[in-house]
Design a protein around this ligand. Sequence first.
Ligand code: SAH
Ligand code: SF4
Ligand code: F3S
Length: 431
Amino acid sequence: MPRYFIWTIGCQMNKAESARIASYLDSIGYQVAAAPKEADLVVLNTCVVRQSAENRVLGTLGLLKGLKRERPNLSILVTGCFVDSNIEGLKRRFPQVDFFFKPGAYSQLTSWTQKQGISTTEQGLLRCAHNDTGKLSSPCAFIPIIQGCNRFCSYCIVPYRRGREISRPLEEVVCEVKELVKRGVKEVTLLGQNVDSYGHDLPGNPDLADLLTELNGIDDLARIRFLTNHPKDISQKLIEAIASLNKVCEHLELPVQSGDDDILKAMRRGYSVEQYCELLRAIRHHIPPVSLSTDIIVGFPGETEDQFEHTFSLLKEMRFDVVHVAAYSPRSGTIAWRKYEDNVTPEVKKKRLSRVEQVQAGIAAEINSTYQGKIVEVLVESKKKGKWYGRTRSDKLVFFADNNDCSGQLMKIRIEKTSPWSLQGKVEYNS
Ligand code: SAH
Ligand code: SF4
Ligand code: F3S
């Protein structure tokens, strides 16, 4: 039996797409290999959101070049956001790669396997694989609901690599979730670059709130999450749906990117700091236990010390549960790359980044300390270093020890220790 290895760099969307590719390869008779050197086929799923991610991709392509030299029969496929429209150029630069296909272009993958003489059923790629009944190893599944992005924030390469928005039909998503639930899934996370755009391109224009309402009715599904929201597009209807649907978790990922109006304008985000703060206040009012994550870019072209201080103040004022912070990285072809000089020095970027990390560690420590002594419900995912772990509805990572097999169970845990990054506790039986 031929063996495959999938190497994934990048976001949840890439991880979800790799899972789909794996299930396709399983369905056509491949077996998963423990390491690339043991595989007949390696699929590299790539990310280029920042130069650091692109460097990892280039490093991995270098490693694969060595493997291919040792074993010329090894097939190497590359997908993900590294794959731009100039496939011929990529082929010339990376002759070790047998085939490039764009993210989500599964039909290209199936025609490649067909060309290798592998008769394909495409079962693993079908949106509703009714014949696929095996129990899944994780109770959590990630489900892309909308591909691409129409927003074109000035710094971002994603729309250039993933194309314009295409929503998956609502019935198709519901069908897939039902299938996954039959296979043991208890929590689904719906994915999109901008989930608030979901459905605008579908007949009848269903939206995310409609989809959540449908999914909320699925027996044996315990939790529903989704990411990422866009502050300009999130609707009052969605906020009310989150507040009223019992399976939808009280957690939102709402990237602000900067706390300065001029920088937000240059980023082409489409909202002001005040509008963002008002939105957050409304969300907190309607969904009182909500936990909030955000993304920040420091060192955007022209960002002054004062402008950075505005971001810093926003973080202190709005007190997010989690902040993902990144230093601006120019991406060729984007609007910011064309229009602005990358003129904040690496040292200043680094300093601003660590200031954000430091203040956020303090805020997260304080927020998480409020869990001390409380009993929370945890959906147990797996075991790491002898401890079970899972998440609360508010997306807090919780560790605990127990001798029973707890995987896939919803358990009550009493929190005994907290840190900025996670919580620890013990099982509360008979509560
Ligand atoms: N669709 C989501 C996430 C897109 S990419 C959104 O609208 O926020 C994930 C994160 O990477 C972004 O939120 C942003 O903070 C960061 N990012 C994107 N492009 C970047 C760049 N050129 N330099 C630094 N960080 C970047
Ligand atoms: Fe990129 Fe902006 Fe689209 Fe997010 S909303 S993927 S940051 S262009
Ligand atoms: Fe990276 Fe593409 Fe995701 S650039 S962050 S893999 S959408």
